[in-house]
Ligand binder design. Structure first.
Ligand code: SAM
Length: 255
């Protein structure tokens, strides 16, 4: 009886353009290309290690990534841990770290998984630079966006991780710090075309076989430069397995 009333009530509201659902903790509104059974998926936040470490950076608001995109990173690191030879050092890079929350997640996860690792983190810490804004591509991104952070505060936040190094400046100007290294995992999150295509070209010859490059903001209307960079890179590089994820990320795996 009650469910019948609820159904009729929902139909009436829907006819005037309003969707009404009983509030359920842990859910919110997303695109309806997720199937009706999406709610049956288990809650990844209840996974002990992931839930605890992702929850810490989501709660302190230092990461722009939410649980869904952090979960992709979790899976990549877990997989690197399985495939690494015992004792091998896992080399990781992040370009575009802003307030450092995602770097904290990566480092704390690597330590919890018992990986021997180095993690190199780059940002201007002054937001986008005018010379990186390609006006024919960027729509929403202007110079100075993301400047509400600082090298000093991020370095202090990450200082407990002895295997993390933070570099200040445009990646194009600081990448020499990485010369002669090869990488297992690269996370690119600069939102704009010019430094992103530069970084893809830079890392191409420096990825180990099976190494992963994870791009953030792929398919976001606000970041057309990322889609452009991914497509250009894909057209000219056939030695990668590439996959767009519904989280708004794009994953390249070096073959
Ligand atoms: C969306 S934010 C990164 C968010 C961060 N990954 C997180 O998880 O919270 C984009 C960052 O890219 C940085 N950035 C833009 N151009 C850059 C460049 N040429 N070199 C290094 N960092 C750059 C900006 O300063 C900004 O902090």
């Amino acid at each position: 009886m009650l469910s019948g009333i609820k159904f009729v009530f929902q139909r009436i509201l829907r006819s005037i353009g309003i969707d009404a659902y009983l509030r359920k903790t842990g859910y919110h509104y997303v695109w309806d290309y997720y199937g009706k059974s999406a709610h049956k998926q288990r809650d990844v936040r209840k996974q002990p290690v992931f839930g605890e470490l992702a929850g810490a950076v989501v709660d302190n608001k230092r990461s722009s990534l939410y649980y869904d995109r952090l979960y992709t990173i979790y899976q990549i690191l877990e997989s690197l841990g399985f495939s690494a030879q015992k004792g091998d050092e896992i080399k990781m890079v992040e370009v575009g770290i802003y307030k450092g929350g995602t770097s904290y997640f990566i480092a704390s996860l690597a330590e919890r998984l018992g990986l021997r690792y180095s993690h190199y983190c780059f940002d201007t810490f002054e937001g986008h630079k005018a010379e990186d804004i390609n006006k024919s591509v960027e729509t929403d991104h202007t110079s100075g966006l993301f400047s509400d952070t600082s090298f000093e505060s991020v370095q202090q936040y990450l200082q407990k991780f002895k295997s993390v190094q933070v570099y200040k400046g445009r990646f194009q100007d600081r990448c020499d710090a990485l010369k002669d290294m090869r990488f297992n995992f690269v996370h690119l999150d600069m939102d704009i075309y010019d430094p992103t295509i530069f970084a893809l070209d830079y890392f191409d010859s420096r990825m180990v076989k099976g190494g992963a490059i994870l791009m953030d903001d792929y398919g976001f209307n606000s970041c057309p430069g990322i889609e452009k960079a991914v497509h250009e890179f894909t057209e000219t590089h056939t030695d990668y397995f590439g996959m767009a994820l519904l989280t708004g990320q794009y994953l390249f795996v070096k073959l």
